[in-house]
Design a protein around this ligand. Sequence first.
Ligand code: NAI
Ligand code: MG
Length: 503
Amino acid sequence: MSAALASPDRIGERVVYDHHIGGARVPPASGTRFESRNPYTGEVWAEIAHGNAADVDRAVAAASAAFPSWSRMQPSARGRLLGRLADLIVTQADRLAEIEVRDNGKLLQEMASQTRYIAEWYRYFGGLADKLEGSVIPTDKADIFNYTRYEPLGVIGMITPWNSPLLLLTWKLAPALAAGNVAVIKPSEFTSASTLEFMELFAEAGFPAGVVNTVTGFGHDVGAALVEHPDVKKIAFTGSDASGQKIYEAAARQIKHVTLELGGKSPNIVFEDADLEAAVLGVVSGIFAATGQTCIAGSRLVLQRSIHDRFVDELLKVAGAARIGDPMLPMTNVGPVATKPQYDKVVEYIEIAKREGATCVLGGGPYRGEGARGDQFVAPTIFTGVHNTMRIAREEVFGPVLAIIPFDTEEEAYAIANDTAYGLGAGVWTSDIGRAFRASEQIQAGTVWVNTYRALSYTSPFGGYKRSGLGREGGLESIKEYVQTKSVWISTRPDKSYPFVMK
Ligand code: NAI
Ligand code: MG
């Protein structure tokens, strides 16, 4: 086997990764690999197995072979395994975070808090494994005992993006495994390493081989083959709405289940009665944390005109002081953009906003100043005078670019907030309790934060309205995304009723 575990002291050397299938490292059928780059240094640090449909077949076969005994294992025993995995994650979290930073350039602070936090998802859903209780249903029929069972779907295909690889995988994997499903995972071609390293923990925790499998490669070959595979019963996807739509269309041809989490154009609404200091920090966390590369980026600041100039001044002070640089250093606030195509896209959107007539009051293009290295830094950028019809207000940029849209009345604020194809998150900043409730009713989004932003927990459902997606991840209800309901009818006496009509 050519793969070697990456350890942080191997920076500079290339690490070679194979697929992870049936509990073993399996070289790609193609015999070829593609390069993974560190976005901060620009260096190639890993070579990743270039998968194809043959590798997907092999992984789906391994998962299918593991499914019968995994799904019949006592749910409490499955839960205990998930708990053991959680304990191992805690010991490996910092190492996994460093690998993610090497691949996506996001801050070590952020990635380490994510990799530590994912343990809680496995604990929570491990605890739920033996609480998937069906019902005994009183029917209108005589001599019938009717009850429901929740049964796992089978092999779940999980397709993840580059911005938070292990966190977004965990949102799918923890409930799916708890409910008795098995998985074939395709991580982003930009950030495959942390998922492959994570796979190693499952054997150590005592999971049977084949319960989790990872095939690396590109969306158009490995991803598409997974979606098309007839033995894959569901696709759980996080990524762009364009790819999500393609996956949904392909899944529809086989009436396959999907959950889709597709990003957004989330509004952060600041009313004149807000605690302005908190609101400024909330707006900054919404758009400049993670260099804006989050599905819940608060990329539209919907700002009451009466406080507009004062608020923008304060915002510029905080955002303008953000320290740009090495994502591994604890003092860094804003790192590079994760991938070259993403960098090009962000820079292009800044140009589009300028052409559309928005006023750039901060940043406005590539950043090559102090702290920068490589060629993927974009300056934190703020546009004022944005109209909600402009592309900068309608399309997901996925970078550190904020569009400020003024409003006068509360009704106007909600109209602007909802005038979008998306509906993932929304922030509301107000000290009026009635307005907080009105806003949380009026806004069409899967998550509404009042006087906070970017808060998430394994206990609470997360997902989108409108083009932001289908299904929920997190919380009690999310485990139901990974089961199907069977209704069982048992006649308590021999049924000798007239056979030619419905009972
Ligand atoms: P993408 O949606 O193309 O990629 C996400 C995952 O889907 C990757 O693993 C990719 O290989 C796979 N994939 C792509 N096309 C596929 C297909 N036809 N069938 C099966 N799998 C497929 O996202 P990409 O290109 O990395 O980023 C583009 C844009 O997507 C970003 O600029 C951003 O706007 C958005 N995005 C949203 C995310 C979110 O959290 N909602 C995360 C990452 C990107
Ligand atoms: Mg990379």
